[in-house]
Design a protein around this ligand. Structure first.
Ligand code: PMP
Length: 287
């Protein structure tokens, strides 16, 4: 069965899905995106992703191309047409097509693309594998709270991570503080078992998974603090992990080739993995 993508009002074959050369997304990265995880035919935290998409569009003053109700319908249609039980759906909305000019007319029609990807979803076993991360200077712009498709610094840092045999790069700002990963939020567990993740501000994306894991931590009576932590604190932490819609809760056992804690997946990370997986299997909208 051929893959189907949605492009500006049409369902087309993924292989021949294209956008115009003067789409502002292509020319200026003038657009935003979301990735929603699909697990056992459920869309994980869909409403939170749509809320964040709404915020990103508002910040860039791109109007919603459709009503939220119609948008949700199209999204589910794309997933159904591709028969995705496990994987993710990618959504991108750009300001639209216009003669190339930095300034834009307010009357442009936003472009929408939606497509899916089938992937295996983690089980308890696969999720409990520890990974390496490296650190890289955070050279991104000052509005990392908007989920824009302008991702070059993240692309470069992730590539450096992969070439170093790691899965993620943790980005470090001028003050020596870890902001987040290239495509995930960063967490540590301190020596006195406090769960720490950076507070939300313009230097990080407010992760949907981060949000759900914080709620789980509260339910589990774990002590947590939302504050910045330095790379040095992370290296000397008891445990570390990343969160994102596609990586879920991913244990980190080495940063810059230095072992974190005992160099194994720690007990608090394990509890969060287990609870996050069961949260994914229970709370969400089936399509
Ligand atoms: N930070 C950045 C920079 C990201 O790209 C992502 C993934 N989109 C995240 C954090 C994690 O966000 P979420 O949990 O919503 O996937």
């Amino acid at each position: 069965m051929p893959r189907v993508a949605y492009v500006n009002g049409r369902y087309v074959q993924h292989i021949s899905a294209t956008v115009h050369i003067e789409d502002r997304g292509f020319q200026f990265a003038d657009g935003v995106y979301e990735v929603v995880s699909i697990r056992k035919q459920r869309l994980i935290d869909l409403e939170m992703h749509l809320d964040r998409l709404n915020r990103s569009l508002l910040e860039l003053q791109v109007p919603w191309p459709t009503s939220r109700r119609v948008f949700r319908f199209i999204l589910k249609e794309v997933i159904q047409r591709n028969r995705v039980a496990n994987g993710s759906v990618y959504i991108q909305i750009t300001r639209g097509v216009a003669n190339r000019d930095f300034a834009y007319s307010k009357n442009l029609k936003p472009s929408i693309i939606i497509y899916t990807r089938k992937t295996r979803q983690d089980t308890l076993e696969t999720a409990n594998v520890g990974y390496k991360v490296i650190s890289k200077p955070d050279i991104r712009w000052k509005r990392c709270d908007i989920k824009t498709v302008s991702l070059l610094p993240a692309v470069m840092a992730k590539q450096a991570a992969v070439e170093a045999g790691a899965v993620e790069a943790w980005l470090v700002n001028k003050q020596g503080m870890v902001t987040e990963g290239t495509s995930s939020n960063a967490w540590i567990v301190t020596l006195n078992d406090e769960l720490i993740t950076r507070h939300v501000d313009n230097e990080i994306l407010s992760g949907v998974t981060r949000n759900s894991v914080l709620k789980l931590a509260q339910k589990l009576n774990l002590v947590f603090v939302e504050r910045a932590f330095s790379l040095n604190e992370a290296i000397h932490a008891k445990e570390a992990f990343c969160t994102s819609s596609t990586a879920l809760v991913k244990p980190v056992i080495e940063i810059d080739n230095k072992k974190i804690g005992k160099g194994k997946v720690g007990p608090i990370t394990k509890i969060l993995i287990e609870n996050y997986l069961s949260y994914m299997d229970t709370h969400h909208e089936a399509y």
